[in-house]
Design a protein around this ligand. Sequence first.
Ligand SMILES: NC(=O)c1ccc[n+]([C@@H]2O[C@H](COP(=O)([O-])OP(=O)(O)OC[C@H]3O[C@@H](n4cnc5c(N)ncnc54)[C@H](OP(=O)(O)O)[C@@H]3O)[C@@H](O)[C@H]2O)c1
Length: 369
Amino acid sequence: MTASSNLLRIHHAINRQSKRAYHDLITLPSKKPIISQGPPGYSAVTGHVVTVFGCTGFLGRYLVSKLARQGTQVIVPYRDEDEKRHLKPMGDLGQIVPMEWDIRNENQIAECVRHSDIVFNLVGRDYATKSFDFASVQVDGAERIAKIAAQSGVPRFVHVSHLNASATSPSKLYQTKAEGEERVNTAFKGATIIRPGPLYGYEDKLLNNLAIWPIWWKLNDAKTRTRPVHVMDVAQVLANLVHNAQQGRTIALPGPSTLTYEYLLDLVSSLTFQPPSRAPVVPKSVALAVAKAAQAVWWPLLSPDEVVRRYIDDADTPGDWDSVGVTPSEIEQHAIQYVRRYRSAENFSRPNVFPPRPVLVEEEVGLGF
Ligand SMILES: NC(=O)c1ccc[n+]([C@@H]2O[C@H](COP(=O)([O-])OP(=O)(O)OC[C@H]3O[C@@H](n4cnc5c(N)ncnc54)[C@H](OP(=O)(O)O)[C@@H]3O)[C@@H](O)[C@H]2O)c1
């Protein structure tokens, strides 16, 4: 082989390499290179490194799964060893990186975000505990994570709040969610705020709870209006944000229809073939007294704030689904998947029966189903 043909081969090799680099190397304000490799999928590398605080929860597991399936490396901060085990096989070898953390420990938070170019904060709790009241998780905790992410040069921050976040809400959860949004926006310029409606899915506290404790959904005569949303739809929106930055925006994600708890009780009862609950409607004062008494046990039962929330209609803020590339699905499309386990053996395979939707609600919001 001549010297000139050797030079030509080297020249081609360099050209090939520089082509790849120009296509794949993106330098963000953080100066972190993002180099993707391979066709999309589980074994690919998108080049993104993402931290998901709150990954061990209901929404978190689906987000981690969707990110890992694209080939994104996910840092999964955990408190309890056992709570993160199911996340490990969601990604290829080395793509799911568990790191122990405490929401009060700034050094651990900094370690968790050090290599990431996107940080998701899904941490939240819908009841207060002796160690953590609402504000310490939803306000101080959220601010701390956002501040450390900003200081560490993380280019993007996504914070999950709630559709009903409002400083004037009678619910402590919704109040602290609103305050948390404000603090996050101050601590991290350009943060994306996501406001989902009540989530339903396998591990939810909506359909499962309606099936097990119908009596507590009859508060307010079950007339409270709600806009439930499928957990997978919200997880998909979050996963899409990796490629579709919506920086500085607040995105509301209510379900596609406004329904009442009365309708949801009927829906669960029809799908499970369990007779509708004949329990009387409990007055609010009694429900609050029971909820306060239930605070004596250490595991979460009905909390007083939950009783207050049962009387609050979901905000009628329009959804921003179009901008994030997801069409939300109706609850009737998925509910059977999650409540079939409450059917008795003889009813297990019977065809599904849907109750009629309340006329008033149909007229107002239209039926996509
Ligand atoms: N579920 C809904 O219907 C709904 C509706 C609208 C908005 N959201 C919001 O969406 C986010 C995710 O909801 P989710 O249903 O997935 O909640 P979830 O199942 O209760 O999970 C909450 C996550 O936050 C973590 N967390 C809670 N308190 C913590 C603390 N003191 N220190 C460290 N980590 C803590 C939990 O970690 P551990 O596993 O270690 O406890 C868990 O990973 C929350 O911000 C929630 O407010 C939920």
